[in-house]
Design a protein around this ligand. Structure first.
Ligand code: ADP
Ligand code: ADP
Ligand code: ZN
Length: 210
């Protein structure tokens, strides 16, 4: 199963991807996670990416495409994968098409006001990558990761000032991918304004029907 999860920042791609991983055993490949790790490690890639991420802009296509070419060749990808946050431009989608075929593109659609609420309330575990929401998906103990006990953080780019810029970037550069994949008959749309479990039920139905 080779899947793309498409959706605006905060739509719930990462949350749904983790549920697919748990049930279907294919890896989640998040370009955002890979880039954040590079920033934390202070690699040349991280230094380059940081300025774009902080400004709510996309990291240049050639950088992200190069990174994904390598990642998709790794052993764990041979039985399938879930792409979370890639592709984000038509140019990235075209490059992906040259690397591999995709079985389905699941687009999670959420209204703008809910996106802002979801992103600004998001709290992330810097150690294991678990994601929570202060109201919609709180950890058992305030500010502490259920999975590994680390102190949760708010991502720098999840503050309201940057969130607006990221949503604007999504509208301009990423939303054309909806048409792009509809044109290739790969697009499956999921209503994303329900509970995490309700949305997963819709996602699961699509996957079992592939
Ligand atoms: P994305 O990967 O698309 O940016 P996330 O999966 O990180 O989105 O979700 C964004 C935030 O919204 C997180 O805080 C998450 O806990 C929360 N969230 C995810 N799905 C839902 C949902 N169906 N209802 C309410 N909150 C949600
Ligand atoms: P979200 O799903 O909340 O938007 P991500 O973790 O996917 O957050 O991405 C965080 C940031 O990393 C983006 O705002 C962007 O700067 C960068 N990024 C992630 N994926 C890509 C990509 N495919 N192309 C360019 N930049 C990316
Ligand atoms: Zn953790």
């Amino acid at each position: 199963m080779k899947l793309i999860l498409l959706g605006a920042p905060g739509a719930g791609k990462g949350t749904q991807a983790k549920k697919i991983v748990a049930e279907f055993g294919i890896p989640q490949i998040s370009t955002g996670d890979i880039l954040r790790k590079a920033v934390a490690d202070g690699t040349p890639l991280g230094t380059e990416a940081k300025k774009y991420m902080e400004a709510g802009k996309l990291v240049p296509d050639e950088v992200v495409i190069g990174l994904m070419k390598d990642r998709l060749q790794e052993d764990d990808c041979k039985d399938g994968f879930i792409l979370d946050g890639f592709p984000r431009t038509v140019e990235q989608a075209e490059a992906l098409g040259e690397i591999t075929d995709i079985d389905a593109v699941i687009s999670i659609e959420v209204d703008m006001d809910s996106l802002v609420e979801r992103i600004t309330g998001r709290r992330s575990c810097p150690k294991c990558g678990a994601v929570y929401h202060i109201s919609f998906n709180p950890p058992k103990e305030d500010g502490i990761c259920d999975a590994c006990g680390s102190t949760l953080i708010q991502r720098e780019d999840d503050r309201e000032e940057t969130v607006r810029k990221r949503l604007d970037t999504y509208t301009r550069q990423t939303s054309p991918l909806i048409e792009y994949y509809a044109g290739k008959s790969l697009l499956k749309t999921v209503e994303g304004n329900g509970s995490i479990d309700d949305i997963y039920a819709s996602v699961r139905k699509i996957l079992l029907g592939l």
